[in-house]
Every structure is written in C-alpha cells, then in structure tokens.
Design a protein around this ligand. Structure first.
Ligand SMILES: [Zn+2]
Length: 318
C-alpha cells in the first residue's frame, strides 16, 4: 500500500514535470521558429581541432610515401573518416617500382560530386634548407602536407554535407611532394587518381576540385593561384571576404603552381589551388608545428565550410 502510494505520487510529479517541459519547449520552439535564419553561427569548423590534427600527423614522424610511418598515418586518416560516418575507398598504386602508395577517398552526401583534396605525404628530403647538412633529412611537413590534411579532417567533422546539396568527396593524395628527386616526380597521386577517374566507385564525374596545400602558415597570405579556374577562385575568395578574411585570403594573383589541381585542369575539370607559397620554411627541416596556427587553418576551413554549405555557388565565365 505504502509503496503504491509513493509510486502514484512519483508518477504524477513526473507527469506534471513532463507536461511543463513540453509546454516550455513548445512555447520557445514556436518563438524560435519565425526568427531562425541561416547565420555565420552555423559555421562550426574549429581551428583548434585542425591544429590538433597537424600535431597528431607530426607525431607519426615524416610521412614519406611507402614508409611504415606513412602507412600508419594513412590508417589513422581512414579510421577518423570511417568513425565520422564517411564512406572510405582506398586506391592503391605504385608511384615507383616496388613502392606502395594509396590515395584515400572519403564520400558523403548526394547530388553533384565535388572534390576537396590535399596531399598527405611529406617530402623525402629538406633540400631547400639553408644548411646543406640538412638536405638529406626529411621535411617534417607541418605546413607542407599536414595543414591541408588537417583542414580536410576537420571539414569531415564540421561540414553540414546535406546543406551543400553535393556529394562531397574528400581526397587525400599520396606521393605529391617528391619532384626533382631521382626516380620521382611531383603530383603522382593526383595524376593517377585523375587517370583512373572513370573507374572510381564514386566521385568519377566531379563538378570541380579544390585543393588545399600549405595553408596553415601563422603568417598567412593566400593569393589567387593563376593556373586555377578563375570563376572558382572568384567564388571562394568572395566567401573569404564576406567572412572578413580579405587581409589573408587576398584577392590578388600571385604564383602559378604545379600542384594536385593540375591533373584536373588538364582533364578539363574546373579546379582551384588554395596555397600560400610565401613560406620561408618550404622544404626545410623547420617546417614544424610552431610555424602553423589554428587561426590560419580556421580561415581556410571556415571559408570552405561556408561556401559549401551555401551550395558552392559560382558564376561561370572566367
Ligand atoms: Zn612540398
């Protein structure tokens, strides 16, 4: 009897709490309904999270194509993406005889396919180091390699793919950065990827490709890369300006690069390279974590997130 009374009383208290809660939610929900607008608050890309991804990559050691460290780091990328709900595909290839490499493709969403890419290898030799004794040492690759990967991984977490109306294809290219080393060349992974495009399980018909490379420099100056498709650059740089990043993502041309966007351009696919080539530590042993900032990573990531979440608009012409 007593226990029953307690139960009845408990039940009725819970019920009235629930009713009150439902009323409150309904009330505030109703108020919010008419007021809600898309705002920059919807951008959730975190520079701090991206910087942590740079650090994790450096902890693997140099990510030289074919090395155990590089394979372990690639496995980590695959795990992160899979656990984040992305569908992951591996594209193995041999850039040199007996050297194994793989491009990593992560896919989410539906609609027209768009590619956001970065290379995830680091250069074998720091042959641009001012000290020639360092020319046979590997490049740590905090900016040249890790920064682009970090932006892609943080986009994988933060991007509202359904808002984009696109099939978003994140591509991690292997074997980008060993040009002018005997036997090697630049952009071997992206060349292979584009040469086998029609055989891909997904993302074989991309509307465009945007590459991010060396974009984490704390002293950031990302100019328009002049080989890139003009109308894509117009659209992305305009979004950066809307977000207040016009001082560091600068709407002026500088540098013409051979990079992972090149094979896409050669195949007639619109492509843009976001790259900050004013980087004194390029291909030196000083391309280290302290040269990269969360703020710089955030400006690139938030620009891409904002542009993609409004449907990646552009005006064809240039
Ligand atoms: Zn490089």
């Amino acid at each position: 009897m007593e226990s029953l009374t307690r139960s009845i009383r408990g039940y009725s208290i819970e019920l009235s709490l629930l009713l009150a809660l439902a009323a409150a939610v309904g009330y505030f929900g109703y108020l919010g309904y008419g007021l809600r607008q898309p705002t920059p608050d919807a951008i959730t890309f975190s520079g701090e999270e991206a910087l942590a991804h740079v650090q994790t990559q450096l902890e693997f050691g140099p990510r030289i194509t074919g090395s155990d460290e590089h394979i372990a780091m690639g496995d980590w990328v695959i795990r992160e993406l899979s656990e984040g709900g992305w569908e992951v595909f591996i594209q193995p290839f041999e850039p040199l005889e007996s050297i194994s490499a793989r491009n990593i493709l992560a896919v989410s969403g539906s609609g027209p396919e768009v590619i956001i890419g970065a290379h995830y290898d680091s250069r074998i030799f720091a042959d641009a180091d001012p000290d020639s004794a360092n020319h046979t040492k590997p490049v740590p690759g905090a900016n040249d390699g890790a920064s682009g990967v970090a932006v892609l991984l943080e986009l994988a977490r933060s991007l509202d793919v359904s808002a984009s109306g696109k099939t978003v294809c994140l591509v991690f290219f292997d074997a980008e950065d060993n040009g002018r080393i005997p036997g090697w060349d630049w952009i071997l992974g992206s060349r292979y990827f584009v040469s086998r495009l029609s055989a891909l399980p997904k993302c074989s018909n991309p509307e465009f490709a945007v590459i991010v490379d060396m974009i984490g420099d704390a002293d950031q100056q990302v100019y328009r890369e002049t080989n890139s498709t003009g109308f894509l650059v117009d659209a992305i740089w305009a979004t950066a300006a809307e977000l207040g990043y016009g001082d560091t993502i600068v709407n002026e041309p500088r540098f013409a690069m051979l990079d992972d966007h090149t094979p896409f351009l050669q195949a007639g696919i619109p492509a843009a390279d976001m790259i900050d080539f004013d980087y004194p530590y390029w291909h030196t042993v000083d391309d280290t974590l302290d040269k990269v900032s969360a703020e710089s990573l955030a400006r690139i990531g938030r620009t891409l997130e904002a542009w993609l979440e409004k449907g990646a608009p552009y005006t064809r012409g240039n």
